[in-house]
Design a binder for this molecule. Sequence first.
Ligand code: A3P
Length: 345
Amino acid sequence: MLFKQQVLLRQKLFVLGSLAIGSLLYLVARVGSLDRLQPLCPIDGRFGPRGQDEVPLRALQFKRGLLNEFRKGNATKEQIRLHNLVQQLPKAIIIGVRKGGTRALLEMLNLHPAVVKASQEIHFFDNDENYAKGIEWYRKKMPFSYPHQITIEKSPAYFITEEVPERIYKMNSSIKLLIIVREPTTRAISDYTQVLEGKERKNKTYYKFEKLAIDPNTCEVNTKYKAVRTSIYTKHLERWLKYFPIEQFHIVDGDRLITEPLPELQLVEKFLNLPPRISQYNLYFNATRGFYCLRFNIVFNKCLAGSKGRIHPEVDTSVITKLRKFFHPFNQKFYQITGRTFNWP
Ligand code: A3P
């Protein structure tokens, strides 16, 4: 008798359990399909204060799903027409600085539902051959987006290339320009590390950093070495200021973006007049990588490629000291011009 009751009880529990799991699965599937129907809110003044018309995670899922398909070229013309998708010229460009964290910045900004990134570096303004193809060629390189979204591209070579400021000015004189910088000596070593890795991959030998950064004849800093020149931020910025007022630039602290990305991203949101949508939820520290990675939603997250965050070679401390002393006056000028001060030595 007792045995029979136990069997019955187990059967009931099994049925109830199955029902509960079934309902749960149905709900997950239903919410998922609703997510894809959720329209994106427009940006700027059309967004209310945070909380009132919060762009939910759903919007991000929607964006990741459908828009990614469009970007991959999997969308039909009909879908593009139906969703009113367009290829827009960028409203903001990450112009540099190489090894400052340009990829991390672009990927992190792309977490924002109103931002769409151009995945590849387009090199339109710094490459004469590309530039000669015209602005329509450039526009066609842009990803599909909703009209209310803003497109951002990054090509760090823009910052140091002579002709670029004028060319960008001709396209859009009110464009917003983002510059991400790191402590200049660290950036120069990072730059060297990238080139070194390229040489090693081709089984080539390369000079030591010390040999390139210091002129052996004068024992002074070698200003002909590109990695050194790129780190003289103020020199490059001054060329840009001939075309754009300082208000059109925003300086991102690349060292802080590594250790504490959210406040830096919030400053960029403000600069771009975007409602604050990137949150701590979207960024998680991955101890294995030693960097923050990106979380778009429950299922989709990613870390940057292994080529970001390389181990730098050991550099002679006297060379580091010499470089830091060399960059010091340029850094002071950079702080003065930009109004953003860093704790660089
Ligand atoms: P290192 O390789 O010297 O560490 P860029 O994208 O402009 O080439 O910059 C590369 C740098 O981005 C890397 O330099 C790395 O330190 C930095 N970075 C910032 N945030 C990162 C992140 N979340 N993941 C990986 N690298 C990041």
